[in-house]
Design a protein around this ligand. Structure first.
Ligand SMILES: [Zn+2]
Length: 280
């Protein structure tokens, strides 16, 4: 199964809503976009766009939207009226790209884990706090530990010294996550295989760039280990999806009927999976 959307970590919709619709009333914070090297600005719909401008040896007026914002490159002959007309003719495209890039940057910042004691890692859709604890060998998961006054968290104790490097911490956490993933995926696969009347010969982990899971005619399935960050219902959907391929090696109506038979609410999970963010 391939993630649906433009990239692996950001499942954004490819449809482009009209520029006006992007700036719903009350959402004024979204309506200003300023490139760090901006020298000029223009109002496009309700958005104030401050852009970087460069004269260049080229035939036409070019526009690029990056995480920084909009950059416009124009040939020597282009007047300000020409440039403004060109920007207005691409207004919808520019605004949609600016919003996309902003959301992308926000999601990336939110999913960036700072690998140190106290960092939070998503596990089965919940937050797990990391604790460096040299007394522990390997890693030990503790349910409901009071880490802050009045706040009870799940904690993962790692057998590492306080001076452990971010790489050591990340490696320890990821190998624990992968062990858990293997055990949990096997358990869920057994559960659904019984209900579907299929036999699974092997469940293995993958770290494929572009797919959450796959199934082979020999009865083996592969599931992306990063699914362990998400809720059990999302994991169940991917497991049920791949197992259903052991009955139907396609995405026909019969295939979806098999998925629905064990997971009537599969469409919700399928939708949620399009919007997940993978922490890194
Ligand atoms: Zn599929």
């Amino acid at each position: 199964m391939r993630p649906e959307g433009s990239s692996f970590s950001l499942m954004s919709s490819s449809s482009t809503p009209p520029a006006q619709a992007l700036y719903a009333a009350g959402d004024a914070s979204r309506a200003a976009f300023r490139h760090p090297q901006a020298q000029h600005e223009i109002r496009l719909g309700q958005a104030l766009v401050a852009y970087e401008f460069k004269r260049a040896r080229r035939r036409s007026i070019g526009m690029v939207v990056t995480v920084d914002g909009l950059t416009v490159r124009a040939p020597k002959w282009a007047t300000w009226a020409d440039i403004e007309t060109a920007l207005r003719s691409k207004e919808r495209w520019i605004c949609a790209k600016l919003v996309d890039q902003r959301e992308r940057a926000q999601k990336m910042a939110a999913s960036k884990i700072d690998w140190k004691e106290g960092a939070v890692v998503p596990f089965l859709g919940e937050q797990v706090v990391l604790v460096l604890d040299p007394r522990v060998s390997g890693a030990q998961f503790k349910q409901g530990e009071p880490t802050l006054p009045g706040i009870v968290h799940q904690a993962l104790h790692l057998g590492l010294p306080q001076q452990a490097t971010p790489e050591q911490i990340r490696d320890a956490v990821q190998s624990w996550l992968q062990r858990e993933a293997k055990a949990i995926f096997q358990d869920r696969a057994r559960h659904f295989a019984d209900q579907m009347g299929v036999s699974v010969t092997k469940v293995s982990l993958s770290s494929a760039k572009t797919r959450w899971g796959s199934a082979s005619a020999d009865g083996s399935i592969r599931l992306h280990w990063r699914l362990i960050h998400f809720s059990v219902s999302i994991i169940d959907y991917v497991v049920a999806h791949e197992l259903a391929h052991l009955r139907e090696m396609n995405h026909s109506q019969r295939f979806w009927d098999v998925v629905r038979s064990v997971m009537p609410e599969y469409a919700d999970m399928r939708e949620q999976l399009k919007h997940v963010t993978i922490p890194d």
